[in-house]
Design a protein around this ligand. Structure first.
Ligand SMILES: *Cc1c(COP(=O)(O)O)cnc(C)c1O
Length: 244
């Protein structure tokens, strides 16, 4: 029997924009009736993961009956050695998208203001809205570059969180080091800057950890094993934070 009582969802999540995660390859095979599919929609690594990862899964080292170390200590130590970021300033998530959601829950409440660019990665808008925030989206320029002047003006209004993806998904441009410096100079300590470097490994112009080193600013640099490392299915991403 159907109940007459209507469940009332959290109003912040009632009208969320849809997230387009790209079509799953098995689903694409099913709806197209074709087996040969070039799946490009989610920027997965067409070469797959390292054979060393496959070998690990076939070995006794992989034991899915056990809970993992909740502190991800071994992985954080390896990331620390590679990035020179202190162990206590590194956080690991179920994909970097979990860290986008966690930052939104932790730093945004009803009425907070978040800032990002458009077009951009859907969750940089969806997670802040779900937390009750309003999101200002600065359009990319006609040349499909970051509009640094407009972002400087928007940063002067001291948003609580600024999601900055570089290299940009889906536009493809990369912020230059001088542009990053300009944005750092325009940022107040009241703003948490989240530099989403999901495609960090595909360029060598800019390294967001340099922003972390700016004293007094609050910043998280997000990276992931999903793209260059070909491990999207494992859901492992991490954040490099300006303080613990
Ligand atoms: C793919 C992607 C992510 C999500 O990565 P996961 O670690 O798989 O959650 C985050 N940000 C951008 C810009 C991406 O393209």
């Amino acid at each position: 029997m159907e109940s007459d009582v209507k469940l009332v969802p959290n109003p912040a999540i009632a009208d969320l924009p849809l997230y387009n995660a790209g079509m799953n390859i098995e689903f694409a095979r099913k709806v197209s009736g074709r087996s040969q599919i070039a799946a490009l929609a989610s920027n997965e690594n067409p070469y797959g993961c390292s054979p060393k990862v496959r070998a690990m899964f076939a070995s006794d080292l992989f034991d899915p009956s056990r809970y993992p170390d909740p502190g991800c200590t071994a992985l954080r130590e390896a990331i620390s050695a590679r990035t020179n970021v202190a162990l206590e300033n590194i956080v690991v998530g179920n994909g970097s998208e979990e860290i986008v959601a966690a930052i939104s829950r932790a730093y945004l409440v009803t009425g907070s203001r978040a800032l990002t660019v458009t077009p951009s990665f859907g969750l940089h808008e969806i997670d802040p809205i779900a937390a009750g925030a309003t999101v200002t989206k600065i359009p990319m320029t006609q040349d499909m570059e970051f509009d640094i002047a407009a972002l400087e003006v928007a940063l002067a209004a001291k948003p609580a969180v600024f999601f900055l993806p570089t290299p940009s998904n889906p536009v493809g441009c990369t912020l230059g080091m001088l542009q990053l410096e300009r944005l750092a100079a325009a940022t107040s300590p009241e703003t948490l800057v989240v530099i989403d470097e999901a495609f960090f490994d595909y360029q060598n112009e800019v390294d967001g950890t340099r922003f972390l080193a700016r004293s007094g600013l609050n910043c998280v640099v997000l990276r992931t094993f999903s793209k260059a490392y070909g491990l999207a299915g494992l859901r492992v991403g991490y954040g490099l934070c300006s303080n613990a």
